[in-house]
Design a protein around this ligand. Structure first.
Ligand code: GLC
Length: 588
């Protein structure tokens, strides 16, 4: 077997993407730690609960930071812990500059941040700029003010259509199901204007054409930067600007509700185009969002060190998503094209190449992600037997139930592939334990607004949000000491608890530890991927910084070259790589 040279990378195409004045060489000073970092997502409600009320909190996180440092990650990202009525699990923020009592206090946050930094872990917090909670003072003031007032101009209020304004201003649908407009009561007690909410009705969208909104968010960024955070994950970073005139829009059949293709391949013409596809909804991926990020970049650059921005933007194709990470905008964007790629070696190879090339063309690292709090956990998703659009979730009556053993086997191989790639990788809490999606949550326990707004038609995202198991024989598996849990934990999780897996060579936890350690030693995050020829189309085979990676996504065993195994996702069969297995090797 021979190792071929890397395919030539395309020339840096300031030409293909965005402003030619922004050459990829214009990188910022500092360590740029985020280029190769492994970043662990903490979902605070479900990580560790110090006061036993069944909902995780900041002191809980602080108490478990050691375990994360030991795992070998570089940074943590915390989903929202701000003041919130929790209608969308904290993504409905009522005060951007305070901690909800459910999660603790600002002092608890400062302590957590300090401890994390002591352990050399960077800390990224969530910024939710597309919408606030309807409980936010700004929205309450808007409701109490007259149509046309400066208070109403903070949000998107419009008169209704129809003779008496009884119809919504346009036909947009909420991501969570149902109309994207809600009518308010006027001062005289009669029906009034309508406001836009791309998500739940308790999440009114801001009007980002209003400078007042922009200034407030500059202040919010500074508030957290002053406290010492290392960056922000930006929620719905493709939704903040809406097309002029708010034109009607019907999404294409099978399109993801968050934008992007939702796992449905785009036509080749669209994939190859740098233009906004004609299919871009008037509320996603509008050009105006980029000015906002340029302003935020300026705010972050006022600070010392390497403060970073990561976009949650469901944008296809990758060449368009790369516009989010031009040198004067954000640093990273979640690679949902990668996450949504099925278990196919040729499809993965294509998306890996496209990612490295698209992000590389603007001087940004690619990111890699397999799970988060919005998608079916990859230990289940990779063994679903029917299509499952993002947000649909899996419940007891879903078609195509996941096959647990196959799912875990593939998930371990998929994680090993992900952690071998150059760039930055995101790990969602619990995936290092091989946790599956919890499919059989009772309806009464489900809290995702998606479930309620679609009358149970979509199960939603609760199945990936169940509190994680730490100790197999403790109450709530060590999530707290009272046994309370805001979503019920399945009995099978006793066997998956961290203490059961620690020290067990074959466990998923030890697989992650070994992979993260080898990734660090070989500096894979900063490496360059070179494909190896001579393997079947069911196999991924490449070298990155001296580590050869092989993954068998077919059904037949694959002969491996001579060398030393660094880490493998499952047992090898002599010198052959079984189906649904990945291995890292040092070749002879
Ligand atoms: C993002 C979050 C998701 C939330 C939505 C609305 O997609 O990840 O959890 O429901 O935005 O804020």
């Amino acid at each position: 077997m021979t190792i071929e040279n890397a395919p030539a990378m395309p020339d840096a195409p300031g030409s293909a993407i965005g402003d030619p004045a922004l050459e990829p060489t214009a990188t910022r000073s500092g360590s740029e730690w985020w280029r190769s970092a492994t970043i662990y997502q903490i979902y605070p409600r479900s990580f560790a609960d110090s006061n036993g009320d069944g909902i995780g909190d900041l002191p809980g996180i602080t108490s478990r930071l050691d375990a994360l440092a030991e795992l070998g990650i570089d940074a943590i990202w915390l989903s929202p812990f701000y003041t919130s009525p929790q209608n969308d699990a904290g993504y409905d923020v009522a005060d951007y500059e305070d901690v909800d009592p459910l999660f603790g206090t600002l002092a608890d946050f400062d302590r957590m941040l300090h401890e994390a930094h002591e352990l050399e872990l960077k800390v990224i917090v969530d910024l939710v700029p597309n919408h606030s909670s309807s409980a936010h003072r700004w929205f309450q003031e808007a409701l109490a003010s007259a149509p046309g007032s400066i208070e109403r101009a903070r949000y998107i209020f419009r008169d209704g259509k129809g003779e008496n304004g009884e119809l919504p201003p346009n036909d947009w649908q909420s991501v969570f199901g149902g109309d994207a407009w809600t009518r308010v009561t006027a001062a005289d007690g009669g029906p009034g204007q309508w406001y836009l909410h791309l998500f739940d009705r308790s999440q009114p969208d801001f009007d980002w054409s209003n400078p007042w909104v922009r200034e407030r968010f500059d202040g919010i960024l500074r508030f957290w930067l002053d406290r010492g955070v290392d960056g922000f994950r930006v929620d719905v970073a493709h939704g903040m600007v809406k097309a002029d005139g708010l034109p009607d829009w019907k999404p294409a059949e099978g399109a993801g509700s968050m934008g992007g293709a939702g796992g449905v391949p785009l036509s080749p013409e669209i994939e190859d185009s740098d233009e906004t596809p004609a299919t871009t909804p008037p509320y996603w991926a509008q050009e105006g969002v980029h000015d906002i990020f340029r302003q935020w970049r300026r705010v972050l650059d006022e600070y010392d060190g390497d403060r970073m921005l990561c976009a949650e933007a469901w944008v296809d194709p990758l060449t368009k998503l790369a516009q989010w990470v031009r040198p004067d905008e954000m640093d990273q964007a979640f690679n949902f094209s990668y996450l949504e790629t099925g278990w196919s070696a040729s499809a993965l190879r294509a998306v890996i190449d496209d990612s490295i090339s698209a992000f590389g063309s603007v001087g940004a690292p690619s990111t890699w992600v397999l799970s988060n709090h919005d998608v079916v956990r990859h230990a289940s998703r990779l063994a679903l037997t029917a299509p499952n659009p993002q947000g649909a979730g899996v419940g007891p009556n879903s078609a195509g139930q996941p096959i647990p053993e196959l799912g875990l086997r593939r998930a371990r191989a998929a994680s090993l592939i992900m952690l071998s790639l150059p760039g930055s990788a995101y790990i969602y809490q619990g995936e290092e334990l091989g946790l599956p999606e919890v499919v059989d949550l009772p309806d009464e326990a489900r809290q995702d607004p998606t479930f309620h707004r679609t009358n149970g038609d979509k199960y939603g995202r609760d199945g990936c949000r169940v509190p994680i198991p730490w100790e197999s024989s403790a109450p709530a598996y060590g999530f707290n000491t009272t046994g309370e849990s805001w979503l019920p934990q399945p009995p099978e999780w006793a066997e998956l608890a961290r203490d059961v897996q620690a020290g067990e060579v074959d466990s998923t936890l030890e697989l992650y530890r070994a992979a993260l350690s080898a990734r660090d030693t070989a500096r894979l995050g900063l490496g360059e991927l070179v494909w190896l020829d001579g393997y079947s189309s069911d196999v991924l085979a490449f070298v990155n910084n001296g580590i050869a990676v092989f993954a068998n996504l077919g059904t037949e065993p694959v002969e491996l070259p001579l060398g030393t195994v660094v880490v493998s996702s499952d047992d090898l069969d002599g010198a052959s790589l079984p189906a649904d297995t990945a291995v890292w090797m040092q070749l002879d």
